[in-house]
Design a protein around this ligand. Sequence first.
Ligand code: ADP
Ligand code: MG
Length: 251
Amino acid sequence: MISIRNLHKRFGDTEILKGVDLEIAANEVVAIIGPSGSGKSTVLRCLNFLEAPTAGDIRVDGRLLGYVETPSGDRRRLPEADLNRQRAEIGMVFQQFNLWPHKTVLENIIEAPILVRGTPRDEAVAIARALLDRVGLGHKADARPTTLSGGQQQRVAIARSLAMKPKVMLLDEVTSALDPETVREVLDVIAGLAKEGMTMLLVTHEMAFAREVADRIVFMDDGRILEAAPPAQFFAAPAHPRARAFLDKVL
Ligand code: ADP
Ligand code: MG
């Protein structure tokens, strides 16, 4: 579903991603862990073309992200409208929920399907209500986001992302800004998505959760993937010394 080949990203003189390779199969859940500043968020942002890679290929469901390839093998940036259509297939949820405070929960969810996908309003509303039920917030459709707890707002943000029917979900530390008592309700929603077969790439500091939900753990440090292994294997016996040092600190 996702193929990342030799991904490099440079900001000014600093190389942040130094050649990242990662394949994610359909229905697979991959958790990226690693020290702060190692480039985890940058990988996710490149996957949604919020950052343009300096070099390398990203393919989503076989299609090159962000560029059109000419018959001669050159690349041109995709026009913005096409890029937005590609982005719509890749849901992204951040630490900050970024909900519109002046709109209701329901309005937050239906906006992109109507504006970007051209979904008829009635249909968008029906989908949004079903998604709100699924994240346990069917009763909050008409509430303003600011009246909800952090965990509830993050569940709305997940529902909003799902409303676009993405092929893949990218989740960047979605529980890091939450009060401890609301973390579990968000993790339960993500675990439910995993069970239903959603392809997901998530960055998390919740090691127990990564172990529970991921098919594969990817350890990043200093702009590179140093290790990728099934959770049982990774957490029992990380092969790379830096992965061992990291786990010693966080577990
Ligand atoms: P992580 O998510 O693993 O904590 P990030 O991907 O956010 O790491 O950041 C990796 C490094 O890239 C950090 O040193 C950060 O300061 C730097 N960085 C991220 N975004 C930018 C940017 N837009 N401009 C300059 N430096 C950036
Ligand atoms: Mg980050």
